[in-house]
Write a protein that binds this ligand. Structure first.
Ligand code: GGG
Length: 274
């Protein structure tokens, strides 16, 4: 029996998840997990270590959305979503836009989202960590995906300014391109990629990018395509051989919790169902 951990989360999360649950096979074993603003505000807890273990022992996770204006920034996003991505080692964030003929392969465990940095009141430092091994496994996934599509990978970064991270990403992508001779590697700076996504999305097929650019630009793609309510995403550890837990992935809409829409009946559940 397939065991699915379900985290409805915040805002419109519970209502889109409720609708998505209607689409699951009747014999799926649902493991509800109470994680989100309501619990945090009542108890000060986000997610316990035992709960992460319970989630990791499921076959998959369905998450609605996290984020609530009553909770300080980062508590829920880092404490739930980014923690599960990291602890379950779900290193690929796959964001398909079939209506545009393109798919994002976003590195999902490091970059500017790694959680390193400091705040001193007058100086804030946000560190971007990029390791060749983690970039490589993500790049390999993108190239293998492109082999079954049009044979094009576009690396999106900002190598002209972020020279250290950009160099690593470019070198690793070029090495993977050499290993996949049937796939053509292209490159766009992230700002230009935003422009081209709006003006000419057909120039992209598989977009390989880091955590921040993937988060931002996939919202741009959603806006150009069928809308944020229809954009789905899968956080995956694709190789069974190295998967650290039973869990193959966490599936979530690209959209956030949209607290202003919660309870209005206007939230589109399509992305949660997809
Ligand atoms: N369902 C997606 C969600 O809750 N998103 C909130 C968010 O800020 N996510 C950041 C990310 O995807 O890295």
């Amino acid at each position: 029996m397939t065991r699915i951990a379900v985290l409805p989360g915040d805002g419109i999360g519970p209502e889109v998840v409720e609708r998505a649950l209607e689409e699951l096979p009747r014999d799926a074993d649902i493991v509800p997990v109470d994680a989100g603003a309501r619990r945090y505000l009542a108890t000060g807890e986000v997610l316990g270590t035992d709960e992460v273990a319970r989630i990791a022992a499921c076959d998959a996770v369905l998450l609605g959305a996290v984020g609530d204006p009553r909770v300080p920034d980062g508590v829920l996003e880092r404490g739930i979503l980014l923690r599960l991505r990291r602890e379950l080692d779900l290193y690929v964030n796959l964001r398909p836009f079939p209506e545009l003929g393109l798919v994002f392969v976003r590195e999902n465990t490091e970059g500017l989202y790694c959680g390193a940095g400091s705040y001193r009141g007058d100086v804030a430092v946000e560190t971007s960590i990029n390791t060749a091994a983690r970039v490589r496994r993500c790049a390999r996934f993108a190239f293998e995906l492109a082999e079954g599509r049009s044979g094009r990978v576009t690396l999106v970064h900002k190598t002209n300014v972020l020279e250290h991270a950009g160099r690593l990403w470019r070198e690793v992508a070029e090495q993977e391109a050499a290993r996949h001779p049937g796939v053509a590697l292209g490159y766009e700076h992230a700002d230009a990629a935003g422009y081209h996504l709006v003006r000419d999305p057909a120039r992209f097929d598989v977009v390989l990018t880091d955590n921040l650019f993937g988060d931002l630009l996939s919202d741009v793609a959603a806006g150009v395509g069928d809308g944020i309510g229809r954009a789905a995403s899968a956080n995956l550890h694709p190789e069974p051989a190295t998967r650290p837990t039973r869990c193959i992935g966490l599936f979530e809409p690209v959209h956030g919790s949209a607290p202003d829409l919660a309870g209005t009946g206007r939230a589109d559940p399509a992305a949660a169902i997809a």
